[in-house]
Design a protein around this ligand. Structure first.
Ligand SMILES: NC(=O)c1ccc[n+]([C@@H]2O[C@H](COP(=O)([O-])OP(=O)(O)OC[C@H]3O[C@@H](n4cnc5c(N)ncnc54)[C@H](O)[C@@H]3O)[C@@H](O)[C@H]2O)c1
Length: 278
């Protein structure tokens, strides 16, 4: 178990997409270190399940409904959180996801096969996936940013992806959005550097979660061809576990560990990015 970061105790973390697989693990861990955790999701009930777990372990948390693509709902959530917890010191932009409308059925154009090609992708679906993974982080940073600037040693942590560097096949909107997240992380880091607000990102490698389940696991529970390629491309030869992200999260959140670190995206990927495949 990771030793307690006393520096974080009593501070508030807002986590968009906080009931998701990776971000709920982050929420539970930050609460264990004494942070008050606000979980933002479109449906508050999903967040409530995580809140229950946190409270059962003696932590403090609340679940607030907000859509990261709807500024008004974010403002409402901010007021609700400030009313309960009084301040915001950490924002994790974790909301993200994919949609079949923005996924091609084949990896390359010349590959034989039925289904959705590049030319069939729906413009609306493409935009929604791009916005969910990029504009949502921009909007939440705008809405919570002014509160962060009032706080002592505040931080934003964005969720990027391996697809930001070399885009994964089939998911062009998601990949473009995550590449934008890396760029925006650097932009905000520079913009706010002198205020004390640090902005960094974590780029997880491949973790089995709901959003990628159908691409990685066949109906009979076996690994898809895509999964086998991922494992072959991951020198540590396994998928990540949500707990694999927590040390990096705490390092970036805790100013006493990373006070001179801003504008970086940290890969947590079992070596995926370092491996040429040869
Ligand atoms: N799973 C992986 O392997 C992996 C790899 C790299 C990056 N990531 C990124 O990490 C983050 C968390 O991923 P996860 O695997 O835990 O996914 P997840 O699908 O379990 O969680 C994502 C959460 O975001 C929420 N969400 C989606 N759209 C929203 C909106 N408009 N407003 C508010 N909430 C919304 C969903 O309800 C869900 O709770 C995402 O940004 C994802 O892209 C995941």
């Amino acid at each position: 178990m990771i030793p307690l970061h006393e520096n974080l105790a009593g501070k508030t973390a807002v986590i968009t997409g906080g009931s998701g697989v990776l971000c709920s693990a982050m929420a539970r861990e930050l609460a264990r270190h004494g942070m008050k955790v606000a979980i933002l999701n479109r449906t508050a009930e999903k967040g409530q399940a995580v809140v229950k777990q946190i409270m059962a372990a003696g932590g403090t948390a609340c679940s607030v409904s907000a859509d990261v693509l709807d500024r008004r709902s974010l403002v409402q959530a901010k007021e609700d959180i400030l009313g309960r917890f009084g301040s915001v010191e950490l924002l994790i932009n974790g909301a993200g996801g994919n949609h079949p409308d923005a996924i091609t059925d084949v990896e390359t154009y010349v590959e034989a096969g039925e289904g959705q090609s590049f030319f069939d992708m729906d413009e609306g679906g493409f935009s929604t996936v791009f916005s969910t993974n990029f504009t949502g982080a921009f909007l939440a940073s705008q809405v919570f940013g002014k509160e962060l600037l009032k706080a002592d040693s505040p931080a934003i942590i964005n969720l990027s992806s391996m697809s930001a560097y070399s885009p994964m096949t089939k998911v062009p909107a998601y990949s473009a959005a995550k590449a934008s997240i890396n760029n925006f992380t650097m932009w905000m880091a520079v913009h706010f550097a002198e205020t004390g607000l640090r902005v960094n990102a974590i780029a997880p490698g491949f973790f089995l979660t709901k959003q990628n389940h159908d691409l990685l696991i066949n109906r009979d529970g076996t690994l898809t061809g895509r999964s086998n390629k991922i494992i072959a491309g991951t020198p540590m030869k396994r998928f990540g576990k949500p707990e694999d992200l927590l040390g990096t999260l705490l390092w970036l959140a805790d100013e006493s560990y990373s006070g001179f670190v801003t504008g970086v995206t940290v890969p947590v990927d079992g070596g995926f990015m370092a491996y040429s495949g040869v």
